[in-house]
Design a protein around this ligand. Structure first.
Ligand SMILES: [Zn+2]
Length: 324
């Protein structure tokens, strides 16, 4: 490994942390390097804190809006950048009058009339990066690694061009390694399942929800007199009103499991209302699962998974960890 990349490796692997800022900072710098056209005659390449801050906001926006990942051990006092990100997300939801998650890259703050708020948020992130992150990231066990220079007055991070070239060349490795460490940190303060898949999904572009149609054949086994019944209100569901819902929210589980899926009316979908399932819902879901298992007569993979979920008490265990 190139000496310069070795330094990054050592910092990422061994840095102290009380939140995930350093990982966001590192990832943003590598992402900027990837998009830099390095010509040989240039000896210094300059990135503004403003551009780094925008990328940090992107990572935190996407991790928060989709999965509500906690970024520090103290839940009551979240890191400032997270508080700022959450405020911006809240404003966005208010404008859209919907809590449907959208990737940061697709949000047009200007046309929503939120550009002032957006710029203000980025400037606050710049301030935090300057004060707490940029110089700390270079320090490891009392030693400073000269991986870049800082010009705090001008608001710039300055790199030698061959270093940017090295970051570019090793960017796949660095992104994977940063995500790995970021995931490890998150696992220290999040109890939701599939954290590494969630972190990876953020980078994969489209966070797609698979079609739930394939579960209809099982959920239909719970029909009454050939009619589909809403899990929440108990009334019949017309074809155009039909929705399949994750009782414990998809954003938490990040998985489609028969034991967690029910029919409901479109408007009652948990994703739309951010509903926290009640103990009564949970008890009914457990009962439903036992009945459903009894009605499934083939020993398919889905049957076995449902059987395991019942035996291992997944509904209650995930519900307890979800409500925290
Ligand atoms: Zn209903």
């Amino acid at each position: 490994m190139n000496d310069y990349i070795r330094k990054w490796h050592d910092i990422i692997l061994n840095c102290s942390f009380d939140n995930t800022y350093k990982m966001a900072w590192a990832k943003a710098l590598v992402e900027l390097a990837v998009h830099t056209d390095v010509s040989i005659d240039k000896n210094a390449i300059v990135y503004s804190f403003y551009d780094v801050a925008k990328l940090c906001l992107k990572y935190y926006w996407n991790q928060t809006i989709y999965f509500d990942l906690i970024q520090s051990p103290n839940i009551r006092k979240p890191p400032e950048i997270i508080t700022l990100t959450k405020k911006l997300i809240k404003l966005y939801f208010d404008k859209k009058q919907s809590v449907k998650p959208v990737r940061f890259e697709k949000v047009d703050f200007h046309s929503l009339g939120l550009s002032t708020k957006y710029e203000w948020t980025v400037s606050k992130i710049v301030k935090t990066l300057k004060q707490d992150v940029c110089w700390r990231f270079k320090k490891l066990k009392g030693k400073t690694y000269e991986i870049y220079d800082l010009d705090l007055n001008a608001g710039n991070v300055i790199f030698q061009s061959d270093h940017v070239l090295a970051l570019k060349e090793h960017s796949d490795y660095l992104f994977t390694f940063i995500n790995y460490r970021w995931t490890q940190m998150l696992e220290g303060f999040n109890y939701s399942p599939r954290i590494s898949r969630k972190v990876r999904a953020i980078d994969d572009g489209e966070i797609r929800r698979g079609s739930l149609k394939k579960f209809h054949k099982y959920l239909d086994l719970m029909n009454e007199n050939g009619k589909r019944i809403c899990f929440y209100c108990g009334h019949e569901i017309a074809e155009n009103e039909l929705s399949v819902d994750h009782v414990i929210p998809w954003s938490y589980m990040f998985s489609d499991d028969l034991w967690n899926l029910v029919y409901c009316h479109k408007g009652e979908n948990s994703g739309k209302s951010n509903r926290l399932p009640s103990e009564e819902d949970i008890a009914r879901l457990e009962q439903r699962n036992r009945l459903l298992l009894a009605r499934m007569n083939n020993k398919s993979k889905d049957y076995i998974q449902l059987q395991i979920a019942i035996e291992k008490d997944y509904v209650r265990k995930f519900w307890i960890s979800f409500k925290g």
